[in-house]
Structure formats: C-alpha cells, structure tokens
Design a protein around this ligand. Structure first.
Ligand code: 2P0
Length: 350
C-alpha cells in the first residue's frame, strides 16, 4: 500500500460513576492512587465518548486531537504517556513481523466526541481516555485485554481505567512502584444486576472551580481526615460494597454509596484551604433522597457527588415511580434547581 494509505479505527467508551471514590495519588506521574475505588458503568446509549484514531505516512504536522469539534492539546504528559505506551506495543509487533506496516512511526489523528454536553459537568475524561486507549489499540491491532488497556488509560486519567469494563468495576490500587498492578477488573457483569438505574441531576453546567487533579493533591498534603479515609474507611467500604453487589443488596449498596460520597466531601472540606464541590442545590438533593427513602419506608435511592455539584441518584427499576416522581416534586420548590436530567440504564457492557 502507498504512503497515502490512511489506517483507521473507531470505538466508543462509557462514563462510569464511582460509588467508592478515587481521591488521592501516591504517584502523580503514573496516576497511582492512594486507595482502590469502585464504580458503575453507565449506558452508552445515554453517555459515551466516540473516538476515531487514524494514522498515515501522509499526515503532516505531528499528532493531533479534535475534541468535540475543537483542536485540543496532545502535548500534555498524560496524553503523551498513552501515545508512548501504545506506540511501544505496536513497535514490538512490527519488530517481530517486518511485513507489518510501520504505523508506530506515523503521526496520529484522534477525533473524539461526547454525546452529552461537556458543560454538563460530568466526568468526561474517564470515557475520553478509555476511548482513546482502545481506539489506538484497535488501530494498531494490539492483542490487548481490557485489563491491559486499563493500565494505559489510567495514565491518561485515573478514573478512565474503570471505563474499559461494563457493569460493576473495581480499580485495584496495587502496590508496585511501576504501577503494573494498578488496574481495573470487573466485579460483576451488567447482567448480574440489570435493574440498576442512574438519574443524573444537572445542578450546574458551570465548570468546576478546583480540578480533580490539583484538588486531590491538596487533600493528600493537608487533610488529617484523609489519612483515616484511606487507612480504614475506604477498605471497609470496598469490602461491604463488593458483598452488596454480589448479593444484590440495594440497601447496603445505597448506604455505602452515600457514606463514601459524604466521606469524600468531608475530606475536601478538611483540605486546607477547603474545597467545596457541592452547593445548596446539591444539599437539597441529599435531603430529597432522605425524604424519598423515608416516604418509601425503605432505602430506594442513593445519592453520590463527584468533584462538582451535580447529583447522581442510583435506584432500582422497580422503584422508578417512587424515586423519579418524588424527586422532581421535592426539588421543584428549590431555588436554582433546573429539571435537566439524564436517566440511564446504569449497568452496561463497555
Ligand atoms: C472517582 N473522581 O472515583 C472520583 C470521585 C472525582 C471524585 O476520579 O487526575 O479525573 O485525571 O487521575 O480521574 C476524578 O479524577 O483524576 C475522579 P486524574 P480524575 O470517579
């Protein structure tokens, strides 16, 4: 084939929302976390990144990325780490089989789009780096498993390693200095507990004030509460959560989800200077979940908040009317509340 040949691969990757949160790095270069975490992968019909990777000897101007229609930076250390890892694996294949085209030497072009507004403040870096890693791996025809790709995506953005799997996914922190054991694994397939649903309440479309990357390092450096969180709170939450998922015990799943979100935001408040991601509408959403559960006489809904004010409410399909209807009714009276939501079949295959 001539030098004008364009090689191309397209893939999608889903968003994941953690129920036991990642917050803190022990190695900022390799994105190695201070604790394990666990998430639920959301439906790609609702939220996903769609990424095409291509390469050609005819491409000029080096590597490039078009993100939601706009030129984006590829010179950042994290993107470069992903490119380097994937190119090295391709180069090894080319060295073993000289008949293969030398894709590893060609400039890469990435085109990526989210099917949800980036302004919604949802964790888009997780789906984005997971899709980037898999699109290039497919382009290079690498025999890489989701676990191996999670090692690469992790270097782009920590939470991205969990978006290589569907269903219920753990990111095991590992203990090796080179990060070779800090990767994701699937705790349960989506089909194990398919009734799980997520309601995403878009409280604010504003960009968050403190980025996760810098916020978590400020927490690691200054919070005493954080030490307790990584030493005992998270290990306990991981154990209870894995059991709750195995037993499809929604009440236990919900309690750990809410406690872990509270614990994470408490360590943010204990950071010096403090970091506040939730706002008055977020807190109204917490009260609304408490009211919905009290009215039902059992736990039918669980809230969780990431590094921003938007709420994600987990519930089971059978309780849709009780949860979604009541929620809108209660929050309707809250000043600043916008009825902008995404409802998702939470568990999906990646
Ligand atoms: C999580 N978050 O487990 C937690 C909960 C936010 C709060 O993972 O620096 O964008 O790219 O590794 O993955 C957000 O942090 O941070 C995050 P980097 P990332 O989902």
């Amino acid at each position: 084939m001539g030098s004008e040949t364009i090689y191309r691969a397209t893939t999608t990757a889903p968003v994941n929302i953690a129920v036991v949160k990642y917050w803190g790095k022990r190695d900022t270069k390799l994105n190695l976390p201070t604790n394990s975490s666990l998430s639920v992968t959301l439906s790609q019909a609702d939220l996903r990144a769609l990424t095409t990777a291509s390469c050609s000897a005819s491409y000029t101007g080096g590597d490039s990325l078009l993100l939601n229609g706009e030129d984006a930076e590829v010179t950042g250390a994290r993107t470069q780490a992903c490119f380097r890892e994937l190119r090295a694996r391709r180069a090894a294949l080319e060295a073993a089989d000289p008949s293969l085209p030398k894709l590893s030497a060609m400039p890469l072009r990435l085109v990526s789009e989210n099917n949800f507004p980036t302004a919604a403040g949802l964790a888009s870096s997780a789906a984005g780096f997971a899709a980037l890693a898999r699109a290039i791996a497919d382009l290079y025809e690498l025999p890489a498993s989701p676990a191996e790709l999670s090692l690469i995506a992790r270097q782009g953005s920590g939470s991205a390693c969990r978006s290589l799997f569907g269903g219920y996914v753990a990111w095991r922190m590992g203990d090796k200095a080179d990060g070779s054991d800090s990767m994701a694994d699937q705790v349960a397939d989506a089909s194990h507990w398919p009734e799980m649903r997520a309601l995403i309440l878009v409280v604010s479309a504003a960009k968050k004030g403190v980025s996760s990357t810098s916020g978590m390092q400020q927490t690691v450096e200054t919070s005493g509460l954080f030490k307790e969180r990584i030493a005992s709170v998270v290990p306990r939450n991981m154990a209870i959560m894995e059991k709750a998922i195995a037993e499809r015990d929604f009440a236990a799943f919900a309690e750990v989800t809410m406690r872990d979100s509270n614990s994470f935001h408490a360590t943010c408040a204990d950071t010096y200077p403090p970091i506040f991601y939730m706002n008055d509408v977020s807190r109204a959403a917490i009260r609304a979940v408490e009211q919905v559960n009290a009215k039902a006489g059992r736990t039918v809904a669980a809230y969780t908040f990431d590094a921003g004010p938007n709420a994600v409410i987990y519930y089971l399909e059978k309780d849709t009317a009780a949860v979604v209807g009541s929620f809108y009714h209660i929050l309707g009276a809250v000043d600043g509340w916008k009825a902008s939501t995404v409802q998702s079949l939470a568990t999906t295959s990646a």
